[in-house]
Design a protein around this ligand. Structure first.
Ligand code: MN
Length: 289
């Protein structure tokens, strides 16, 4: 049961209530790396070993107030950032109630679109600047549960999928609205926010039954349960692994529920997912600084 964060200048921390225990020294158990690097996030690849060492040194490690650290993405180098388009039914269910809509035939969901990939350079943490780079375009928030792959694999059966989960984190799949391909509109620097920390898989009982909410400047925009996902976490892992080899540190954004909306410079976002915590992000400004 661990909440693991990356903070300040690539320091490693265990989050305990309102404190961060600085266990950066645990990274010494990582093997020396050499070219070519494995297709993996090195920390996630060796997570059990790092966690064991971190808990060993935690009792005598320095502690800092959580409120005073800058939180980075808990996964520094995800080999793949995988997205799930249209994986929530609630707003389609409303359309169905109006009659005349054949859900299987007329409503396009993840079963039709499959998955998409975002650039790994779009990954950022809650303390990094979330820039609205094209202020004349609508830039939306999408709150999503994110699965962090621990042990990689391919053709993973749904029944074994949970063995491949290293942990979970909160994700913001930021999006520019418009006709361009998703891989362009969702891949701007900072558009894949991950945080505030990684919770190990054992902290989350059933990932398909978590409440979540997103507020912009205290206004409730998104409120849903992962119960409403069309593809469950297990099915997403199985489906993704039929197409790409999953690697340690790959992150899967599991899709956003209804209530997406625009953000503007100066906005404050509060993202909550049950069992993980609360992630606060400021929209820093506009332009291409
Ligand atoms: Mn999304």
């Amino acid at each position: 049961m661990t909440r693991l964060c990356r903070f300040n200048d690539d320091r490693l921390g265990i989050v305990a209530n309102a404190e961060v225990i600085d266990v950066t020294a645990a990274l010494q158990v990582l093997p020396p790396s050499r070219w070519p690097l494995p297709q993996a996030d090195l920390l996630v690849m060796h997570l059990p070993r790092v966690l064991a060492r971190a808990h060993e040194i935690a009792p005598s490690a320095p502690r800092l107030p959580l409120a005073e650290v800058a939180l980075r993405s808990p996964v520094a180098n995800p080999p793949k950032v995988i997205g799930a388009p249209v994986n929530y039914v609630r707003h389609q269910a409303e359309a169905l109630a109006d009659g005349g809509v054949n859900f299987e035939k007329d409503v396009k969901t993840i079963a039709h679109y499959g998955l998409f990939l975002k650039s790994s350079t779009s990954v950022a943490g809650p303390a990094d600047k979330l820039l609205v780079r094209f202020p004349d375009r609508r830039t939306d928030h999408e709150l999503e549960l994110v699965v962090v792959i621990g042990e990689g694999g391919r053709d993973i059966p749904e029944g074994e999928a949970m063995r491949h989960v290293g942990g979970y984190t909160i994700g913001l799949d930021m999006t520019i609205r418009g006709p361009e391909d998703r891989s362009l509109r969702k891949s701007l620097d900072g558009f894949s926010v991950l945080g505030p920390w990684l919770v190990t898989a054992d902290e989350i009982g059933d990932p398909n039954d978590l409440q979540m909410s997103l507020r912009v400047n205290d206004e409730l925009r998104q409120e849903a349960s992962t119960r409403d996902m069309i593809f469950s976490v297990q099915r997403l892992i199985a489906y993704a692994s039929q197409h790409y080899t999953l690697c340690p540190g790959d992150v899967i954004y599991t899709g956003t529920p209804e209530g997406v909306g625009p953000v503007r410079p100066g906005d404050h976002l509060e993202c909550v997912i049950e069992g993980i915590g609360c992630m606060n992000i400021a929209v820093a400004g506009a332009g291409r600084s």
